[in-house]
Design a protein around this ligand. Structure first.
Ligand SMILES: [Zn+2]
Ligand SMILES: [Zn+2]
Length: 694
């Protein structure tokens, strides 16, 4: 199941942003399923000499039933050479010749009755599986029962496979339960069916039963069961399975290794995943993709890219999931040049599932600040999914291009090829909000409420509307809106209103909202700062002191600020008061110099943006050490005059740095684009596309 996407553009946490990035890349159902459930199966099918979709069970047969091995291989070969309608052709006279004519074969079976030998059952059942022929398969099964035929274990298993392929898991389970004798293959077939259909607890349950019956699991059982170890308790279970794997000596087996790695990566335990990865006896596209996407999902983008480049040098194959993960990582870093290279690669290698990749490309280009390129990819698509539209709409929205958002949405509704979903409407609402089209936004929300778009409004939609009302200065309305919401308002929603109160200097509502927020998230330093600023504008110094005092007691600054610029395909990362960059001394000088120069043109440092309770001189020094200022200064230093500078920040940009960038852009005639975790700021000649509201 694809979980609901969080697209909180108000004040999302970093992990929410990451999860959004991740989903954007994999939302295509095909891509997602493939990625989520059967990564290792993909590899498995690849390993089986590119046969058309072999099932797990067939593969299991191959390895574990020597008797069946030759049969499987000859069938596979026959399938390779024969036209698709002729499936098998066992030439022995005592077996039934089906020759692809299931109906006739069944007739013959009925005539010959109990005389028929069991080899005929296998051929028939195989054909029923292949054709998903329910009735016919049931007749074969019935014939076995009627003739009191006692099937060998592998034939029972074939019945299980038949029912699971048809989707009748209950019948499959009944067959398993009736079996007088079961082997690892029969257990695994059923477990795998549960797992693939998303019945994780049934799969785990059966796995336990299997262990209790003292059947030893094999590598396919482990790989299957590890794939079901997801979700909240998944990691704990996965760890237990891991110890079983070690006990049974399957740790270095490639399918098991890949599944272990995938399990750890999905649980966010990337170090464990990396350890498994490094110990794999051989690496293939499956394991490589799992580890790369593991990094990308966690937002450890540099590592993802580095690993990708390393593995490519080692000659690793890539598939569309690999590329999609890499593009996600690149959008996280806003590494445009790398992104272009991957785009070139995808084009040259004609990677299949191109729609999924094109969606990732749109996302990558717009997150890298190149919305024109994103649109070019969008326009070139012969087929678009709702994800393509959403990626493009979100892209415009984050750039504050409200008009383009509404135009594109109109095109979408006019075309009627793809119906909008909740994300679409959220993207349009948020685009209206960020693009200064409050009226259109409010009108759209009314349409949503009236059910005109076939989508129920959710918390995020309400959040957007509150943001819009706040922007338009309708603070009382926004406040009432929050109170009338059918949801419990989140800190992000209150935070957006508090921000609006600051911009419009509304102390009455601001005070109310501020104290609510201090209760809800006492650790968030930003709230204290805004509230104390509000008090300061009203001259309520006693309150200012109180709030500052509270902040010192309770607030923690969780995530350190980090900004980066890309120059000549190298990413330069700066931390607040950086201690790592080789040219940091020069950079600090440059920031100081810039600050002096723009002060002459009216720049006044906003000391309230320094969270520490120190004297003003110290505060100014802290402000000058903000990572985005360092990255901006470095960008100016290291690039030719007139070249736009693009800075990316992991957190929300502070008011002071925003102001700083505006002055710099004007004085040095440079276009500055700043991507913070909420949106893009394009600053040209001292004016920002956000209208100083973000
Ligand atoms: Zn700052
Ligand atoms: Zn801005």
């Amino acid at each position: 199941m694809i979980s609901r996407i969080s697209l909180r553009l108000l004040a999302p946490t970093t992990s929410e942003i990451r999860s959004f990035d991740y989903h954007e890349a994999f939302l295509d159902v095909r891509g997602y399923r493939c990625f989520d459930n059967s990564l290792w199966l993909q590899g498995l099918t690849g390993r089986l000499r590119n046969q058309p979709k072999q099932t797990l069970t067939e593969a299991t047969f191959r390895t574990h039933q020597p008797m069946q091995l030759s049969r499987f291989l000859s069938n596979a070969l026959a399938r390779k050479t024969a036209p698709s309608s002729v499936l098998r052709n066992p030439s022995k006279s005592d077996t039934l010749r089906s020759d692809g004519c299931l109906r006739e074969a069944l007739l013959e079976m009925a005539i010959r009755g109990p005389e028929m030998v069991f080899a005929g059952y296998v051929a028939l059942l195989d054909e029923c599986v292949e054709k998903r022929a329910l009735r016919e398969g049931q007749r074969v099964h019935a014939h076995m029962i009627k003739t009191c035929y006692l099937p060998p274990v592998y034939l029972w298993t074939r019945l299980i496979v038949f029912y699971t392929k048809i989707g009748l898991l209950g019948d499959a389970r009944r067959v398993l339960d009736e079996m007088p004798l079961r082997n690892v293959v029969s257990w695994t077939a059923m477990i795998s069916a549960y797992s693939q259909k998303g019945y994780a607890s049934e799969a785990l349950d059966l796995f336990q039963q299997m262990l209790r019956s003292e059947t030893e699991p094999n590598e396919f059982t482990f790989a299957t069961i590890l794939a079901t170890c997801t979700g909240e308790s998944g990691f704990q279970l996965g760890r237990q399975v891991h110890s079983l794997v070690i006990k049974n000596n399957y740790e270095s087996q490639i399918f098991v290794g890949s599944s272990l790695l995938d399990m750890y990566a999905k649980a966010g335990k990337i170090h464990e995943a990396r350890e498994v990865f490094e110990c794999l006896p051989e690496r293939d596209v499956v394991s490589c993709t799992a580890i790369i996407s593991g990094y990308a999902q966690l937002g450890i983008d540099e590592e993802a890219i580095e690993l990708f480049s390393r593995l490519q040098r080692e000659g690793m194959d890539s598939n569309y999931v690999t590329y999609a993960s890499v593009l996600t990582a690149l959008s996280g870093l806003a590494a445009l040049n790398h992104g272009r290279q991957v785009h070139g690669h995808v084009l040259r290698h004609e990677v299949p599932f191109y729609v999924v990749l094109q969606n990732s490309l749109i996302d990558m280009y717009s997150k890298c600040g190149s919305v024109t390129y994103a649109r070019r990819v969008f326009n070139s698509m012969s087929e678009r999914t709702v994800i393509s539209w959403n990626a493009m709409l979100v892209g415009y929205g984050k750039h504050g291009m409200g008009r383009q958002v509404t135009e594109l949405f109109e095109l979408m509704t006019k075309e009627k090829k793809v119906a909008p979903d909740t994300v679409t409407l959220l993207a349009v609402l948020s685009g209206c909000s960020h693009g200064g089209l409050e009226e259109r936004g409010l009108q759209l929300f009314q349409e949503i409420i009236n059910g005109e778009h076939g989508v129920q409004p959710e918390m995020e939609h309400y959040g957007c509307v509150i943001d819009m009302l706040g922007r338009a200065g309708q603070l009382q309305e926004a406040f009432e809106h929050i109170q009338q919401m059918p949801f419990e308002p989140t800190p992000a929603i209150w935070g957006s209103l508090l921000g609006a109160c600051r911009v419009h200097s509304n102390v009455d509502i601001g005070e109310l909202v501020g104290h609510k927020l201090l209760e809800l998230e006492p650790e968030n330093a930003g709230n204290y700062v805004i509230l104390s600023n509000l008090y300061a504008t009203a001259g309520r110094w006693e309150d200012v002191r109180n709030v500052r005092h509270l902040m010192k007691e309770k607030a923690v600054i969780k995530e350190p600020g980090r900004s980066w610029v890309e120059l000549d395909q190298v990413l330069h990362t700066f931390h607040a008061s950086d201690r790592l960059h080789p040219r940091r001394a020069e950079v600090f000088e440059k920031v100081k110099d810039l600050s002096l120069k723009i002060k002459a043109f009216g720049y006044v440092p906003d000391l309230s943006c320094a969270f520490y309770d120190v004297d003003d001189e110290q505060k100014e020094k802290i402000l000058l050490g903000h990572s985005e200022k360092l990255a901006l200064a470095f960008g100016l230093m290291a690039s030719a005059e007139g070249v736009p500078v693009r800075v990316i920040k992991n957190l929300r940009i502070c008011v002071d740095c925003h102001n700083f960038a505006k002055f710099v852009s004007k004085l040095y005639a440079r276009e500055i684009s700043l991507r913070d975790k909420n949106r893009f700021h394009h600053i040209v000649n001292g004016i920002c596309t956000c209208g100083d509201y973000w």
